[in-house]
Design a protein around this ligand. Structure first.
Ligand SMILES: Nc1nc2c(ncn2[C@@H]2O[C@H](COP(=O)(O)OP(=O)(O)O)[C@@H](O)[C@H]2O)c(=O)[nH]1
Ligand SMILES: [Mg+2]
Length: 277
C-alpha cells in the first residue's frame, strides 16, 4: 500500500478553520464533493456545532479550546487513495502566543513531524497592512522625525513567517534545498471579503511580499488558492434565509491557482491526495 497522506490544517485564530471544517464535513455528508469519508472521525464537536448554526443560516460563536484538541478525519478519494485530515485547535490566541513564547504542545509537534502536507490558512482581510521596512520608503528612516520605538511588536506579515519558521523547525527539516515535502498549500480564506478578481498567488505576492518570498525560497512548488467556505458573511444572531432554505452545502467555493472558481471546497485537499505522499 502506498504511503498515506497526513494533511495538517493550520492557521491563527479567527481565520475560518472551524467554518471551513463544518462546510467540508457537510459536503462529505451529502456526498457532493470529490472526497468521501473513510471511517470515524474524532473530536467533531466544534464542527458539528458550527454546522447546526449554519443550517440555521448563522455563523457560530467562537469557542476557543483551552487545551490542545485535534480532530482527525479519515478520508478517501475517487481513486481509492486514503488520507487523514488533521485539524489542530489550540484555542484563542495560542498560535500568536506560540510564536511569541515559542512553546508548542507535544501532541502538535508530533503531528507536524508526521505531516506530508501543510495547509496554511491566511485571512488577508484581517491582517494589518501597517508600514514596515518593506512598505515604507527608506528616506522615512533617515528623515528628521525618527521617533523612539518603545515596544517592539512584529508586523502581522513577520508573525506569519514566524509561524512557518516554527513549523519548519519543529519538523526538523533540512533547508539546504527547497522542500518537496511537506508540500505547502496556502489557502487565502474568507476570499469573498477581498472583493478581488486577482489570481490568489498574485494577490498574496502583492499583499505579503516578504512572506511570499520566504515561501518561494523554501518550497519547490507551493500552491496558493482562494477559499470562501461561507461565500458571504453571516451573522451570529440573525438567520440568513437563503442559507436556511437552500442548505449550507449550496454555499462556498474555492479559487483554483488558475483563477477558476469551483463550488467543491474539498478540492485543495483532493489535489494533494492526487500527488504521491
Ligand atoms: N465572509 C466570510 N466570513 C467567514 C468565512 N469563513 C468564516 N468566516 C467568519 O470568520 C470568523 C472566524 O471563523 P472560525 O471558523 O471561527 O475561525 P477559526 O478561529 O480559525 O476556527 C467567523 O465569524 C466566521 O463567521 C467566509 O468564507 N467568509
Ligand atoms: Mg475554530
Amino acid at each position: 500500500m502506498p504511503a498515506q497522506h497526513s494533511i495538517l490544517l493550520v492557521g491563527e485564530s479567527n481565520v475560518g478553520k472551524t467554518h471551513y471544517g463544518a462546510q467540508f464535513l457537510k459536503r462529505l455528508m451529502v456526498e457532493s464533493c470529490a472526497l468521501k469519508r473513510n471511517g470515524a472521525a474524532t473530536n467533531l464537536e466544534a464542527f458539528t456545532t458550527a454546522l447546526s448554526s449554519l443550517a440555521d443560516g448563522k455563523a457560530t460563536d467562537h469557542t476557543p479550546a483551552s487545551t490542545y484538541v485535534e480532530s482527525v478525519w479519515p478520508i478517501k478519494d475517487e481513486a481509492g487513495r486514503t488520507a487523514e485530515l488533521v485539524w489542530p485547535d489550540y484555542g484563542g490566541e495560542q498560535v500568536r502566543n506560540l510564536v511569541k513564547q515559542r512553546r508548542i504542545p507535544a501532541a502538535w509537534r508530533e503531528r507536524v513531524l508526521a505531516a506530508t502536507d501543510w495547509v496554511v490558512l491566511l485571512r488577508l482581510h484581517s491582517l494589518r497592512a501597517e508600514d514596515d521596512l518593506f512598505s515604507r520608503p527608506l528616506q522615512v528612516f533617515t528623515g528628521p522625525e525618527i521617533k523612539e520605538v518603545t515596544e517592539y511588536e512584529p508586523s502581522d506579515q513577520a508573525r506569519t513567517i514566524e509561524l512557518l519558521q516554527m513549523l519548519l523547525y519543529l519538523a526538523q527539516l533540512n533547508l539546504d534545498r527547497k522542500l518537496r515535502k511537506p508540500r505547502l498549500t496556502v489557502l487565502l480564506s474568507c476570499w469573498d471579503e477581498l472583493e478581488t478578481s486577482e489570481l490568489p498567488e498574485k494577490l498574496l505576492a502583492a499583499t505579503l511580499p516578504m512572506f511570499w518570498s520566504f515561501v518561494r525560497s523554501n518550497w519547490e512548488s507551493p500552491t496558493v488558492m482562494g477559499l470562501s467556505a461561507l461565500e458571504k458573511a453571516l451573522s451570529r444572531t440573525e438567520s440568513n434565509e437563503e442559507y436556511a432554505i437552500r442548505g449550507p452545502e449550496e454555499f462556498g467555493y474555492v479559487i483554483l491557482p488558475d483563477g477558476k472558481k469551483d463550488k467543491d471546497i474539498t478540492l485543495p485537499i483532493q489535489r494533494l491526495m492526487a500527488q504521491p505522499a
